[in-house]
Design a binder for this molecule. Structure first.
Ligand code: NAD
Length: 347
């Protein structure tokens, strides 16, 4: 029988996770939770066919708006095998205390929560096994997920003495009309190092990493400029290209073939017919991969709305022990979502 999954919070991440869970053979969307009776609530019911659950004190607002409600969130958490909490940062921790723990239900949180909300901070290809059967797991942020995928591979293959990353952050998601800046580059946070390095360590343990971040007026993707002092000084640029070409959920993309910016990468996703132009994979520019005197440099782009989506699906499988083997779980997830190891058109 398919595992029953409730998605609590149906925004940027939640609506994607709902579709991703819906596409899996071994799990089903029991329902999605909304708090506002808006077009997205109507769309979830009428177009997607999801059952809608709302907080007890919001039922009247939805009924007044003529939107069909299947029940309350308080009832739903009692009926499911796991909740994927996709609410804004900080609310997940409150939901843990007020909803999930009283119902005794397993829960998966997002990267906006503090690491201590969960027993394990999770990136499937780094530490799937640690989440097997665990009650509370946190899928780390979009930036942390991306850094764990590529730096985790470099660490495992060549060893990392130290890594330094400059993170160029998109200022807002595309629909967030009220956020800025619209004409500035903002140190964010201004304190260096930034919190991203310690967050990577919640997954990759003792990786020696330092990060700094700035925010820029774009909505499409984040970008990382990475410098790594390798543990092995016999490594060539070609070795790293080959490593990333063989790393799951990472693509090596040629800047010289019309893919020279985040805008062009998103255009490629549109051309591929990806839903919501989602790029689940991390894009590393081939020409940026360079090793000089044991120091590796590369640049990667991260579709912030999408890279954590397959991670949430794998986290469901891990906590419910639907699949013991990380590779097999990722195979199922990736096949259902159309995540490609290396798309043929990239040569
Ligand atoms: P969002 O604001 O787009 O969506 C959150 C949704 O939850 C909204 O629809 C909101 O109305 C709803 N909500 C608010 N309070 C609620 C409650 N009490 N119960 C149920 N629903 C409630 O936010 P998002 O961008 O999807 O972020 C969700 C989480 O994912 C955060 O932890 C964030 O840090 C993390 N995350 C976001 C991104 C991104 O790029 N947007 C990337 C990775 C991780």
């Amino acid at each position: 029988m398919a595992a029953k999954v409730l998605i609590n919070g149906y925004g940027t991440i939640g609506k994607r996770v709902a579709d991703a869970v819906d596409a899996q053979p071994d799990m089903e969307v029991y329902g999605v939770v909304k708090t506002s009776p808006d077009y997205l609530a109507r769309l979830a019911v009428t177009e997607k066919g999801f059952d809608l659950y709302v907080p007890e004190d919001r039922v009247d607002a939805f009924e007044d708006a003529g939107i069909e409600v299947a029940g309350t969130v308080e009832e739903a958490v009692e009926a499911v095998d796991v909740v994927v909490d996709c609410t804004p940062e900080g609310i997940g921790a409150r939901n843990k205390e007020n909803l999930y723990e009283p119902a005794g239900v397993k829960a998966i949180y997002q990267g906006g929560e503090e690491a201590d909300v969960a027993d394990v901070s999770f990136v499937a290809q780094c530490n799937y096994e640690e989440a097997l059967g665990v009650d509370h797991v946190r899928c780390v942020s979009c930036n942390t997920t991306a850094l764990c995928r590529t730096l985790g591979a470099v660490e495992e293959e060549f060893g990392v003495e130290e890594a330094y990353v400059t993170i160029v952050r998109r200022a807002a998601d595309p629909h967030q009309v009220g956020k800025g800046p619209i004409n500035a580059i903002v140190p964010n946070p201004v304190t260096v190092p930034s919190h991203h390095g310690p967050d990577v360590k919640t997954v990759l343990g003792d990786l020696n990493i330092t990060t700094a971040a700035v925010k820029v007026p774009t909505t499409l993707m984040h970008m990382h400029v990475v410098r790594v002092v390798l543990g092995d000084d016999g490594v060539s640029s070609d070795d790293v290209v080959e490593l990333f070409e063989n790393t799951r959920r990472v693509w090596v993309v040629p800047h010289g073939e019309g893919l020279g910016s985040t805008a062009e990468l998103i255009e490629m996703a549109r051309d591929l017919g990806r839903p919501r132009y989602d790029l689940y994979e991390i894009m590393v520019w081939e020409e940026s991969i360079n090793v000089e005197d044991g120091v590796l440099y590369y640049m990667q782009a991260v579709h912030q709305e999408a890279d954590v989506v397959p991670e949430n699906v794998d986290a469901v499988r891990a906590v419910l022990e639907l699949e013991e083997d990380a590779e097999k779980s990722m195979d199922k997830t990736d096949e259902a979502l159309g995540v490609l190891e290396r798309p043929p058109f990239l040569g």
